[in-house]
Design a protein around this ligand. Structure first.
Ligand code: PHE
Length: 344
């Protein structure tokens, strides 16, 4: 018996299974119901009393050793299986994992911000709920100006019987806050959401997004305004995009203009994006009215400056040929998924 036990022990110690089948064969050979250990116990029943005393202990130790070896190998094998399954084809591609895409308005807003940052503009932000002073009065809106009318503005609260608190209708309010709280020179852009009380359709919405800009310093001229915006358009829509300025009116700028770009879709040949004119208006601009500077505590004899404001939706429509404003806020994945995917 001792010889057998010694032989089996040597075999067991030397055993290393190459796969799960070999390990199972090992279990059956030694520990199975018809296995070698079972045979040894059968044999044990037949030996004399003296031998029983010696072998009882030896046999039990041998059984425990075999079980321990089997359990160790099995555990080892299972952990290897989970990290490295020899049955698995390692050349198969991994599971894809979905990365979100940026909203087209964010993409274009970031692009606009990048261009102006390179020109030395900083980003300024302000509240979406504004008072009359910052949204209108400081910006030289006369009392009876139609933009203050209920039709355009979502008023929220009255003060002394007068409409006072409203959802901002443009981010020019941030320009006022900046000028009030700082000292010139100023060179900043103001991205943000604005609200206007309009019926929702393909061409109008009750909220949209703007980037406005402000540049105040000594000796700033209309030529600076034109050159800055010309450069912006070349960067945004590509070299060779034409611009034209048309005289316009805003209470807070004098002189004022609207800027058109040559239609980026048809390159000026005429399409329904540019209503067959070859030109699309993208922003309003002008030299900051001296009244606005004085309202914000800036010496209008010493400082001049320009301001501009554009709707991000309009710029995006022109870039991606989107014809319905409602798509931007409906959160339809089929629409959103079409825009460049970035790893965030
Ligand atoms: N605030 C104007 C708007 O919302 C845009 C603008 C800004 C025009 C600055 C001129 C100068 O329409």
């Amino acid at each position: 018996m001792q010889d057998k036990i010694d032989q089996y022990t040597a075999e067991i110690n030397a055993f290393t299974p190459a796969n799960a089948d070999e390990l199972e064969a090992f279990r059956i050979k030694y520990l199975g119901t018809k296995g070698l250990i079972k045979d040894l116990f059968e044999e044990f029943k037949t030996v004399g009393l003296e031998e029983k005393r010696v072998f009882g202990k030896v046999l039990n130790q041998f059984k425990q050793l075999t079980e321990a070896k089997y359990n160790d190998l099995k555990e080892n094998f299972n952990s290897q299986l989970t990290t490295h399954n020899s049955q698995q084809d390692l050349t198969l591609p991994g599971d894809g994992f979905a990365v979100g895409s940026r909203h087209p308005l964010s993409l274009v807003r970031n692009e606009i911000i990048d261009i102006f940052k390179r020109l030395g503009f900083v980003v300024a932000e302000g509240p979406e709920i504004e008072d009359d002073w910052h949204n209108f009065s400081a910006l030289n809106f006369p009392e009876e100006h139609p933009a203050r009318d209920m039709q355009d503005t979502f008023f929220i609260k009255k003060n002394n019987g007068k409409d006072d608190i409203a959802l901002r209708t443009h981010t020019s309010s941030v320009q006022v806050r900046m000028m009030e709280n700082g000292k010139p020179p100023f060179r900043a852009i103001m991205p943000g959401r604005v609200y206007r009380n309009e019926a929702i359709s393909a061409r109008a919405h009750c909220f949209f997004h703007q980037v406005e800009g402000l540049y105040i310093d000594e000796n700033v001229s209309f030529a600076d305004l034109k050159q800055t915006l010309y450069h912006f358009v070349q960067e945004l829509y590509g070299e060779g995009t034409k611009v034209r300025f048309r005289p316009s009116y805003f209470p807070f700028t004098e002189p004022s203009a609207e800027m058109d770009v040559s239609c980026t879709i048809c390159k000026g040949a005429g399409c329904n994006m540019c209503k067959y004119s070859g030109w699309v208006e993208i922003l309003g601009c002008g030299m900051v009215d001296p009244n606005v500077l004085e309202n914000c505590g800036i010496d209008s004899k010493k400082y001049t400056g320009f301001a501009f404001g554009m709707g991000i939706e309009r710029i995006t429509n022109l870039k991606y040929v989107i014809r319905d404003l409602r798509l931007f806020s409906e959160n339809d994945e089929r629409f959103l998924k079409q825009f460049k995917t970035e790893i965030i």
